[in-house]
Design a protein around this ligand. Structure first.
Ligand code: 6PG
Length: 480
């Protein structure tokens, strides 16, 4: 046994992670793939990695030093279960199986529980940063036992992305499914971030008539300020790209139907279960669904829009408004995502440090952004912060940006430009800060048709009005 870590599944993510591991001091990496061709290609192409390659599970397991530690990077679902069972039947107590795929955290909880009795540690680990991240430094979100992290942590710290302050972007997120839960929410925020950027682009393009290449310059400029982030950076790259075949901007040639592999939907499904309003994330997921409903879009294509033509007079002022609306909406999206993490931690019994999550998202992952420093600062200053939006920095940012935010949402509505994420974020903000909500009326309606009862503002207890009787109020439950 010569390898301190192994990788199973050598598609691009697995190969890149294996190469990343092999390139770091102190690691010897065992590799295995179901089809040995791929293993042979990888080892032939990368002799410098010094991989310990195996063509059977027996050899692979025998090549691992104890505690045996193997990272699985195969398709989520049944293929992952198949590999886990192959490894588990050969591993011994104290050994560690890590699933680095985008697994559903409920599956991770189940798998961890199944393996517990055998003494094998199962770690569900979120890996973000795509193929490049896997190779050069991903953001890593491992769950599982604290004990497994004693072995795993030092290895993961060698390959993780490094934040500007020199800290590797990895932390022990929490037990069992915590890592995959946090990765799921990361992806939900990713959906919201992307949708907000797309709405900003659409507004600028339709409002000012600027070309994609010109708008690329706007995003590149934004990337020098508080919006600085990977997604803003790549947006400029995508908008600048010209299609080789037609000479048109690539963005005009790409079919406008957004795909989705499911993690965004999971984020929203779980938010619904947890009762956490992640409306910006939900709108982003739904916007992708709407884009793909081709038949409905075609049938609706001649429905009327606003009668007056939209024209932006002050182009620079408008673009600055869009920038501020984007920033304010982005704060809401992250705030909602962190709310879901807090609610998930409570529900599933995870001791998740919010500030540490913000820290490990500062580099390597898809949503890496300058302002994540502000989020970790906010949680460091006030660990029991109830909503990110009320932390001093974010409160100031939203206060400064709210007038442009409102102008943009109003303008978009009048111009007939869909801005579901901008609009819902603003509605969320106004809902959150409202002194009184019309929820009182809803309680009245519920009590009317279903005797669902209500509470009062002026005294404790639970009450019901005899709607079909004399409409007097009865006390269902007094306070003592
Ligand atoms: C990451 C990404 C990645 C995700 C893809 C595709 O953090 O590296 O979130 O894990 O799978 O971005 O996601 P969709 O196909 O759902 O857009």
């Amino acid at each position: 046994a010569t390898a301190n870590i192994g990788v199973v599944g050598l598609a691009v993510m697995g190969s890149n992670l294996a190469r990343n591991l092999a390139g770091r001091e102190g690691n010897t990496v065992a590799v295995f793939n179901r089809h040995p061709d791929r293993t042979r290609t990888l080892t032939a192409e990368h002799p410098e990695a010094g991989f310990v390659a195996s063509e059977s599970y027996d050899d692979f397991v025998a090549s691992l030093a104890r505690p045996r530690t193997a990272i699985i990077l195969v398709k989520a679902g049944a293929p992952t279960d198949a590999v886990i069972s192959e490894l588990a039947s050969r591993f011994e107590p104290g050994d560690i199986i890590v699933d680095g795929g985008n697994a559903n955290f409920h599956d991770t909880i189940r798998r961890e529980a199944d393996l517990k009795a055998s003494g094998i540690h199962f770690v569900g680990m979120g890996v973000s940063g795509g193929e490049e991240g896997a190779l050069h430094g991903p953001s890593l979100m491992p769950g599982g036992t604290a004990q497994s992290y004693e072995t795993l942590g030092p290895i993961l710290r060698t390959i993780a992305a490094v934040a500007p302050d020199g800290e590797p972007c990895v932390t022990h997120v929490g037990t069992d499914g915590a890592g995959h839960f946090v990765k799921m929410v990361h992806n939900g925020i990713e959906y919201a971030d992307m949708q907000l950027i797309a709405e900003a682009y659409d507004l600028i393009r339709r409002g000012t008539g600027k070309s994609p290449a010109e708008i690329a310059d706007v995003f590149a400029e934004w990337n020098t300020g508080e919006l600085e982030s990977y997604l803003i950076e790549i947006t400029a790259e995508v908008l600048r790209q010209v299609d080789a075949e037609t000479g048109a901007p690539l963005v005009d040639v790409i079919l406008d139907e957004a795909g989705a592999k499911g993690t965004g939907a999971w984020t929203v499904q779980n938010a619904l279960d947890l009762g956490v309003p992640t409306s910006g994330i939900a709108e982003a997921v739904f916007a992708r669904s709407l884009s793909s409903r081709r038949a409905q879009r075609e049938a609706a294509a001649d429905l009327p829009g606003p009668e007056t033509e939209w024209k932006v007079d002050d182009v620079d002022g408008f673009i600055e408004d869009v920038r501020q609306a984007l920033y304010a909406s982005k704060i809401v999206a992250y705030s909602q995502g962190f709310d879901e993490i807090i609610a998930g931690a409570e529900q599933f019994g995870w001791d998740i440090h919010k500030g540490d999550i913000a820290k490990i998202w500062r580099a390597g992952c898809i949503i890496r952004a300058r302002f994540l420093n502000r989020i970790s600062d906010a949680y460091a200053e006030d660990p029991s912060l109830v909503a990110l939006a009320v932390a001093p920095y974010f409160r100031d940012a939203i206060t400064g940006g709210q007038a442009p935010w409102r102008r943009i949402v109003a303008t978009a509505a009048q111009a007939g430009i869909p801005t579901p994420a901008f609009s819902s974020s603003l509605a969320y903000y106004d809902g959150l800060r409202a002194d009184r909500l019309p929820a009182a009326l809803i309680q009245g309606q519920r009590d009317f048709f279903g005797a669902h009862t209500y509470r009062r503002v002026d005294k404790p207890g639970v009450f019901h009005t005899l709607w079909s009787g004399d409409r007097s109020e009865i006390t269902i439950e007094s306070s003592n």
